[in-house]
Design a protein around this ligand. Sequence first.
Ligand SMILES: Nc1ncnc2c1ncn2[C@@H]1O[C@H](COP(=O)(O)OP(=O)(O)OP(=O)(O)O)[C@@H](O)[C@H]1O
Ligand SMILES: O=C(O)C1=C[C@@H](O)[C@@H](O)[C@H](O)C1
Ligand SMILES: [Mg+2]
Length: 172
Amino acid sequence: MQERLFLIGFMGTGKTTVGLALANELKYAFYDSDQEIVKREGMEISQLFASKGEAYFRQVEAAVLSELSRLPKSVITTGGGVVLKQANRQLMQQSGYVVALSASPEEIVRRVEQDRSRPLLQSESDLKERVTELMRKRAGLYDFANLTVATTDRSVESIIAEIKQNLSISSH
Ligand SMILES: Nc1ncnc2c1ncn2[C@@H]1O[C@H](COP(=O)(O)OP(=O)(O)OP(=O)(O)O)[C@@H](O)[C@H]1O
Ligand SMILES: O=C(O)C1=C[C@@H](O)[C@@H](O)[C@H](O)C1
Ligand SMILES: [Mg+2]
């Protein structure tokens, strides 16, 4: 079994939700880079973006990822923008098995529209347009994953089953 699993994907694809349940099933430790940043900085992500800016957030995110990438038997879920830095992509590829979750823009809008915690989705423009534009800007950045799982119209249980099946194949 792989020592470390990383979950990557656009905002709202379910990384934190799926990762926590997967870690419980595998009896692995669970870490979420966004949650670690909140603990370390002592404020919510939206506050951090507002007070120190996105560039500062990205620096802390890279430092947190680097620490998490050394931990044994862990499921590590990441923020949607962690793939923006090439060094982060390389580190994850070298330190574990990387699973990308994907979802349609419509599904992402349904999942995140009631949640004000994501600063990059808080602009005045229409949420669907904002999601589509950001997805276009990030096209290809999640493609380095060992496995990509589509999550639209799928239960968390069936997503986990697909990941576990692929893990058992790739560890033989
Ligand atoms: N397979 C699914 N079907 C329906 N809803 C889901 C599914 N997976 C997650 N959700 C819901 O979508 C919302 C976003 O999920 P989650 O926070 O896990 O996404 P995320 O990928 O971690 O987002 P972020 O990149 O912003 O951290 C939550 O309300 C969660 O309950
Ligand atoms: O996609 C992104 O850039 C982000 C996703 C979230 O997980 C947080 O890391 C933050 O809101 C930025
Ligand atoms: Mg998350």
